[in-house]
Design a protein around this ligand. Structure first.
Ligand code: PAF
Length: 324
């Protein structure tokens, strides 16, 4: 199988490296710049761990590292079986729109790994013929350098055909392309499942992200420290109550124990730097607009007041200093 993986940040390096390490498939890893692509070709990818597991080194010749500028040309010459999008939401909504637009009339299989929501609808409009799949993952990765990544937490990944509910449902055993990809992900060490409920998983994760991400980014604390004071937990609870009021108003289901889930994620990822805090610390734009911003949009559409989400969006938006 040939796989195009676009985005060589933390999850892109981790997935690209581990898929390439099996030696079974042709992996093309598309990087933002030529410099990173050259470095990956010369030195390969190193995946390390926070415990005493030995790090894994994937030599540069096990995969093809390339700059995204050449993507469409290469794809049209030799199309891949899957395109996996590992870029952040802001890059997806800007640079990737330009990059993928020439595929408007093509039917690629695309898997999207973003936090937040709104991106699948955007891609469906951009690429109406594509077979779009969404992924929700609890794998955690931290970038160490442009070619080194730390696998900070082993999780699970759910993959599902987008908009199952609105078009004719395809049973999971009738999706051979997705089953083949899942086999690859599982043999590379990512516990992955094909799901008919990926849309509700996206919103379940959105709820968790909308509480943990902005607060950890503002207070600059690891996820677990959110639970260490009652004033922190009170603000978490306010964000939670507003978000579920919006979910109720627009008809999005959530678990009866959704609040306990938020607490459990903070405990399970206690030492982790959230992706939003990592963005703030690196001076990158955050994904606030596609996380709490989408809760705001839904609230505005349904006439629900969400003062805490509105305030937090403005605070985090003001922290963004895009360095590119
Ligand atoms: O965005 C993240 O960092 C993660 O989705 C989560 C669940 C908040 C854990 O760090």
């Amino acid at each position: 199988m040939r796989i195009d993986l676009i985005g060589a940040g933390s999850l892109g390096l981790l997935l690209g490296g581990k898929l390439a390490s099996t030696g079974n498939d042709e992996i093309r890893l598309w990087c933002r710049g030529e410099q990173q692509a050259q470095e990956l070709k010369r030195k390969g990818i190193t995946v390390s761990y926070e415990d005493d597991r030995e790090s894994l080194w994937i030599p540069g010749d096990r995969l093809d590292a390339l700059a995204t500028t050449g993507f469409v040309h290469e794809y049209l010459q030799s199309p891949s079986d899957w395109i996996i999008l590992m870029v952040k939401q802001n890059v997806l909504h800007t640079e990737l729109v330009k990059l993928l637009a020439p595929l408007h009339n093509y039917k690629p299989h695309i898997l999207c790994f973003q936090n937040g929501s709104g991106h699948m609808e955007m891609l469906q409009e951009l690429l109406p013929e594509a077979h779009l799949y969404a992924a929700v993952t609890t794998e955690a990765a931290k970038v160490k350098s442009k070619r080194e990544v730390i696998h900070a937490g082993t999780g699970e990944t759910w993959v599902g055909l987008w908009h199952q509910s609105k078009i004719k449902k395809r049973p999971v055993n009738d999706q051979p392309e997705a089953i083949s990809l899942l086999t690859r992900l599982n043999s590379a060490g990512f516990l992955s499942h094909l799901s008919n409920e990926v849309e509700s998983k996206i919103y379940r994760k959105l709820l968790i992200n909308a509480i943990i991400n902005p607060l950890t980014a503002i207070w600059r604390i690891p996820n677990g420290e959110l639970l260490s004071s009652s004033s922190r937990m009170q603000l978490m609870r306010e964000l939670y109550e507003e978000a579920i009021t919006v979910f109720d108003a627009v008809g999005i289901d959530y678990d009866a124990n959704a609040w306990e889930n938020v607490i459990q994620v903070c405990q399970a990822t206690a030492g982790n730097t959230s992706s939003m805090l990592a963005d703030v610390l690196a001076g990158r734009a955050t994904e606030i607009r596609w996380i709490n911003g989408n809760i705001l949009d839904m609230a505005d559409r349904s006439g629900v007041a969400v003062p805490a989400h509105r305030w937090i969006c403005r605070v985090v938006e003001g922290m963004n200093v895009e360095k590119g």
